[in-house]
Design a protein around this ligand. Sequence first.
Ligand SMILES: *[C@@H]1O[C@H](CO)[C@@H](O)[C@H](O)[C@H]1NC(C)=O
Ligand SMILES: *[C@@H]1O[C@H](CO)[C@@H](O)[C@H](O)[C@H]1NC(C)=O
Ligand SMILES: *[C@@H]1O[C@H](CO)[C@@H](O)[C@H](O)[C@H]1NC(C)=O
Ligand SMILES: *[C@@H]1O[C@H](CO)[C@@H](O)[C@H](O)[C@H]1NC(C)=O
Length: 311
Amino acid sequence: MLLFNMWLLFIQVCIIFRFCDAQNLVTDVTGQVFTTPSSRSGFVAAYVDINNDKLTDICVVSESRKELKLVYGGTETRLVQFKSLVITDDNLSILGVIPGDYNGDGHVDILITLKDSNSNSNLVQIKIFWGDSENKFTSQNDIDGQVIDEPLLLDANADMVSDLFVTIANGTRQFWLGHAGAITGNWSFEHTSFSKASSKPVKFPHSNAFVDLTGDGGADLFVTTLDTNGRIVFEVWQGTELGPHLFSNYSLPNEYDNFEIGQSAFADINGDGQQEHILPVCKVDNKRCIRSNILVYFDKEWTEIFSDNNQ
Ligand SMILES: *[C@@H]1O[C@H](CO)[C@@H](O)[C@H](O)[C@H]1NC(C)=O
Ligand SMILES: *[C@@H]1O[C@H](CO)[C@@H](O)[C@H](O)[C@H]1NC(C)=O
Ligand SMILES: *[C@@H]1O[C@H](CO)[C@@H](O)[C@H](O)[C@H]1NC(C)=O
Ligand SMILES: *[C@@H]1O[C@H](CO)[C@@H](O)[C@H](O)[C@H]1NC(C)=O
């Protein structure tokens, strides 16, 4: 029963710019919101409406990567409120933040990916701060098991509860399904195996995505993988009642064999109502990019839409 659900995506991309007025005049409120220089350092890891007030809230990871600041959007007179989630384990630092509703209670939970600062491995640990009606995030769970790289947020079984697409430590792909359950106990994801139709390793860092590429109105799972020769292979998986179905897989022409392959992006660049796969590539010589191109995959063909020849 695996049907991908696109609904989650709409929640994530619903961004409202509060501080732009009708004339598109933008007011710089940085100093009023982030009052000290130290509060201004760090990086924005996610945008989400945590407290369901239709104002965009921001998840900011501190420069030390030990603290996640939730900055709740407000009005001009009552600008913002902060809530701080702190990582107390000395060895762990925050890698990323994936807001979602993992226990289906209607409150946004904050999933944090963590990395062991003493280790060079690609393994990531997961912690969830559970959302509640007062946005206090007092309960948290350390999730059992490590995954390689950042998980991908999706709804794998179309139950409107957030799930993850992950690669576990032995390189196998899995869905980790969110579900209702007591969060004060040992809540963990339900692990389900992925299709056996492809067992290619997932590229690191991945540019997996949850986007409609088959044009049927439902989101598909796009996975960046490597074949036995280390060449990149893109896979498009369609959600069906029987599980993920490999809809298509494609590679790059041989002329790009010695190119660095960038992160995939998706946009409807020819206005036909369907998303195209956009891919930056770069020919590297002596650690220098000597030729870069932007490629678009359309109608089973790659086309260069931008070329910069520095040779
Ligand atoms: C942190 O790492 C050090 C060195 O690897 C280890 O001795 C210590 O037990 C770790 N601390 C925790 C809380 O895991
Ligand atoms: C990887 O681990 C999973 C879960 O323990 C197991 O089901 C699977 O068979 C393992 N795969 C390989 C290739 O070892
Ligand atoms: C959680 O798991 C630990 C270790 O398996 C166990 O000792 C503890 O009783 C469990 N807690 C709950 C609330 O189930
Ligand atoms: C696509 O998948 C099929 C079936 O698994 C496989 O035979 C084929 O080699 C794959 N194509 C590429 C480009 O990897």
